[in-house]
Write a protein that binds this ligand. Sequence first.
Ligand SMILES: N[C@@H](CCC[C@H](N)C(=O)O)C(=O)O
Length: 283
Amino acid sequence: MKLKFTKMHGAGNDFIVIDAINQDIDFTPSQWRALGDRRFGIGADQILVVEKPRIAGVDFRYRIYNADGGEVEQCGNGARAFVKFVTEKGLTQKRTIKVETMCGVIEPALEDDGSITVDMGAPVLDPPRVPFDASNLQPKQQGMDTLWPVDIHGKTVLFSVVSMGNPHAVQVVADTDAAPVLADGPVIEHHPRFPKRVNAGFMQIVERHQIKLRVYERGAGETLACGTGACAAAVAGIQRGLLDSPVKVLTRGGELSISWEGIGQSVKMTGPAVTVFEGEIEI
Ligand SMILES: N[C@@H](CCC[C@H](N)C(=O)O)C(=O)O
């Protein structure tokens, strides 16, 4: 078939976005991988699929596939790209949209300046629900956060574990530029204590309202920005007593702003979404 797609990005985290309301899509993991391949395909960190909702009162269903072909629960930067896509394609006139994802309904909203704010829901910090296997570990307390000591390459790394619908392991580093993201990222991603694998965040505290962040993403490798990673890092930093909301997150691809008022409250993420080009590919 000939597949119509749009190439987009949010702070350099890049996406192939597909309208599956007006096209019949039923791809296998190897077809998603082929589309995401940067040499033999279109290339992207994630592929986002826009479908009709299955729930009354919801506007769309949003599905997410990592570059490795696996379907995942959530993608924050993708949620902003999703809003720009459905707006530009005339699939909705609404400015606040209810979107069904694998981990619940989220509510992105288009702001007057063109940026997009997403209510990402409340973070989950309970290890089994991240999921993280905390058995037989001696945690350390920092502020309101519980830090989990995990052996990575023979070093003990203290992680905050956070689910934003998808799993994150966040560590504080002195300097993100010098952090061993590429060496340790894959080891953290596949560590047996994370049964669904994990996104590995490396956060440098710049000041109480600002961090630098690099994320080695599950199923995609290091990306220029990770929206849910930014939410998880801000939550971890606030819980540890190192940050105050709102938090400006400086990534290698751009800036995101994260607000969070504490346990039980939704995390709000604001940032850009950009359309790069439209295309058609035989698949
Ligand atoms: N880039 C994303 C996260 C995409 C999914 C992630 N790699 C996972 O496997 O959970 C974001 O902006 O949140």
